[in-house]
Ligand binder design. Sequence first.
Ligand SMILES: Cc1cc2nc3c(=O)[nH]c(=O)nc-3n(C[C@H](O)[C@H](O)[C@H](O)COP(=O)(O)OP(=O)(O)OC[C@H]3O[C@@H](n4cnc5c(N)ncnc54)[C@H](O)[C@@H]3O)c2cc1C
Length: 149
Amino acid sequence: MADSADVIVIGAGVQGSSLAFHLASCGASVIVVERSVVAAGATGRSSGLVRVYYDLLAEARIAWQSQAWFREWGDRVGGDCGFTKTGFLWIEPAERLERVRANSASHRAMGADSTGWMRPGCGGWPPASRWATTRWPPGSPSPGTRTRR
Ligand SMILES: Cc1cc2nc3c(=O)[nH]c(=O)nc-3n(C[C@H](O)[C@H](O)[C@H](O)COP(=O)(O)OP(=O)(O)OC[C@H]3O[C@@H](n4cnc5c(N)ncnc54)[C@H](O)[C@@H]3O)c2cc1C
């Protein structure tokens, strides 16, 4: 291991690994110090879901921009990250429909295909019979995606 570097990153979870990758891509010399193994923490326990539907617009914007990295992993990073595009269904209580619609409108404005709608008649599908939901149909340019672990 090198004795010194421009930057020393502590922790090889997704944050530290990404930071090290991007710094190195900018020409910095980087050492990553990990007390266990790569992805020993939360990263290795993640469900691997990559989504854009977040209440906070700032968060949704970051997720939206980040998604291109998963889609273009081979070109940008190299190899296969196991990213698979799927549909995405987010279920909320009916009383939150207007909030869901507002979120969807914000997400559409940044380019994601998001729809918020009332779906009555889902009786028998717990825990309620009426839903406010958002969706990204499979084939649309968006968020219902996950990575394989
Ligand atoms: C069960 C579960 C499911 C999740 N599902 C999802 C999901 O589907 N989608 C999603 O986006 N997010 C999900 N998350 C959240 C996501 O996994 C975390 O936000 C993310 O992995 C955090 O990454 P991190 O690099 O900040 O931390 P970590 O992955 O915890 O990495 C920290 C690293 O630092 C090392 N470290 C700590 N202290 C030191 C030290 N002193 N010296 C050296 N090394 C040290 C640790 O060993 C570890 O490897 C999930 C989290 C959990 C727990």
